[in-house]
Design a protein around this ligand. Structure first.
Ligand code: ADP
Length: 268
């Protein structure tokens, strides 16, 4: 009989695939308020514009904003045969805790409850056939986040950051967390990268410029593109009419679609 290995631990099981779902992609930032959800929604719509079948899952259990950004506020998904039918907007499916917990009630769950709620939203939903499931990953790099990276079968992660150091350092930690569990970083996006004044036309780099590109290059990763700080992005995203859907021929939609094309190429 082989001698027992006193210090050997069982290897963690790789997460189970989700039937019918081609690729599960994380959009993460490390820090909140940098425009991660806005980017995730417009990236998902950009992928759909390329002809992909796309859904978005709001894993930001404590601050879900996907229903509002997709104009789905007040709608509740139905359950059929103990599975939830996701809501749909602008040609993509969407699932969020914000569509299940009514009104402005805060979620006061601890880590393990969050992880199991996420599992329900991932596997207890009739996604149908999907090419890409975009997961809007919650800000932070704590235990609950690490456990999400281990339980969800991510094929890759996209990191969103604003250009200034204080956001980049957290974004770098976020990227390191995915790499630690073997999820490759597909690239970095710089949001609020610059500001063109609509009145005088002068450009201001309010939060600096180029930090995310620099960080990507320094760590040997791909830089996927930059999105300016612009009132139209803010308005459309907060009004539930994301810019890729509401102004598909505009500059900003084109920038998001160009990023989506690079991500799609990496997903293969
Ligand atoms: P996060 O998910 O990182 O917390 P959100 O996507 O919720 O950030 O965005 C925070 C706020 O910033 C929202 O009001 C959103 O409309 C706005 N915002 C995001 N990206 C931009 C941008 N490029 N230009 C203008 N406003 C933006």
């Amino acid at each position: 009989m082989a001698a027992a290995q006193p210090h050997s631990r069982p290897k963690p099981q790789p997460p189970r695939e989700i039937p019918g779902v081609g690729a599960v992609l994380a959009v993460a930032s490390g820090k909140g308020g940098v425009g991660k959800t806005t980017t995730a929604v417009n990236l998902a719509l950009g992928l759909a514009a390329l002809g992909k079948k796309v859904a978005i899952l709001d894993a930001d259990i404590y601050g879900p904003s996907i229903p509002r950004m997709l104009g789905l506020g007040g709608q509740t998904p139905e359950a059929v045969d103990r599975k939830i039918t996701p809501l749909e907007a602008f040609g993509i499916k969407a699932m969020s805790m914000g569509s299940i917990i009514p009104g402005d009630e805060p979620v006061v769950w601890r880590g393990p409850m969050v992880t199991s709620a996420l599992d329900q939203m991932l596997r207890g939903v009739t996604w149908g056939d999907l090419d890409v499931l975009v997961v809007d990953f919650p800000p932070g790099t704590g235990d609950a986040h690490l456990s999400m990276t281990q339980k969800v079968p991510f094929v890759g992660a996209v990191i969103v950051s604003t250009p200034q150091d204080i956001a980049l350092l957290d974004a770098k930690k976020g990227a390191a967390m995915f790499e630690k569990v073997g999820v490759p970083i597909l690239g970095w996006i710089e949001n609020m990268s610059y500001f063109n004044c609509p009145h005088c036309g002068e450009r201001s780099d309010i939060f600096g410029h180029g930090g995310a590109k620099h960080m990507a290059e320094e760590t040997g990763m791909t830089f996927l593109g930059e999105i300016p700080l612009d009132i139209r992005i803010r308005k459309t995203s907060d009004d539930g009419t994301p810019i890729v859907a509401s102004d598909p021929d505009g500059d900003h939609a084109q920038a998001y679609r160009a990023i989506a094309a690079k991500v799609a190429a990496k997903l293969g």
